[in-house]
Ligand binder design. Structure first.
Ligand code: B12
Length: 215
């Protein structure tokens, strides 16, 4: 019951696009002993989903969307150290190159993924957003990656995931890497269609997926 009230406060603070209220709710949740990952998963992300729906219905517009994203990011400034402090794995599991596809500026999901990969024992090379397909491949070659993880949030940028896989095939290096895809606009069917090695709809499942691909 207590947790539900806290989840609701976290969610509402994002819906209100109120960075001060978000930080207050996050600090309160952490002080109550809530797991920082629960703060994200059960509180802040449901708020972002509401924001996405309101944007789609034109109840809110780009400035509000950006305001909510900024509020979320300021919360990550507190949550990231808390997640790292909660401890990570001691053994290195593998190396991952991660980024958001060309033309796509969404970073929130990718950043959560990066954080959870790191805290579960992966070495992560983050290429950021709006990443050219050859940058994924060059970086994977350079660091001898096990996995290339590609995020896409827009139906118009999805195709960038397929481009990376096709370019690997063209170069004859497709089998060198496991390619996993995800992000709001993707589905398991899409991942299968483009011949990806895996897909997940959440950061937690992505860690399980990556772990299984390297073991
Ligand atoms: C915040 C946000 C923004 C912010 C992004 C800020 C930032 N730094 O990221 C800003 C304001 C910049 C923005 C801009 C735009 N946005 Co926007 N945005 C959103 C919103 C509300 C939330 C996205 C988000 O961060 N979700 C939370 C994260 C955690 O979810 P996620 O990324 O899906 O990631 C999770 C999983 O998918 C998975 N995952 C993610 N990546 C990967 C990768 C791998 C390999 C794996 C295995 C798993 C995985 O793990 C994550 C954690 O659980 C969504 C709505 C929504 N509900 O998604 C719209 C949304 C994505 N945006 C949308 C649109 C239209 C836009 C704009 C075109 C708006 C405009 N008119 O300019 C621009 C595009 C700019 C660009 N070129 O990219 C649409 C897309 C519609 C579509 N299907 O194409 C959405 C769906 C809103 C809507 N309902 O209309 N946006």
């Amino acid at each position: 019951m207590g947790n539900e009230t806290t989840h609701e406060q976290l969610k509402q603070s994002i819906v209100d696009q109120d960075a001060d209220a978000v930080l207050e709710a996050v600090n309160k949740a952490l002080a109550e002993g809530m797991d920082p990952r629960e703060v994200i998963d059960k509180g802040l992300l449901p708020g972002l989903n509401v924001i996405g729906e309101q944007f789609e219905c034109e109840d809110i517009f780009l400035p509000e969307l950006m305001q909510a994203a900024l509020a979320f990011q300021s919360a990550m400034g507190v949550l990231e150290p808390a997640i790292k402090a909660a401890g990570g794995a001691d053994e290195k599991k593998g190396t991952i190159v991660i980024g958001t596809v060309k033309g796509d500026l969404h970073s929130i999901g990718k950043n959560i993924l990066k954080l959870l990969f790191e805290t579960s024992g992966f070495e992560v090379h983050d290429l950021g957003i709006d990443v050219d397909l050859f940058k994924f491949i060059d970086k994977a070659n350079e660091v001898d990656a096990d996995i290339i993880a590609i995020s896409a949030l827009l139906t118009t940028t999805l195709i960038g995931q397929r481009d990376v896989i096709d370019a690997l095939k063209d170069q004859g290096t497709r089998d060198k890497y496991k390619v996993i895809v995800g992000g709001g606009a993707t589905t398991k069917e899409w991942a299968d269609t483009i011949g990806a090695d895996g897909w997940s709809g959440s950061a937690y499942d992505a860690v399980v997926l990556a772990t299984s691909l390297v073991s």
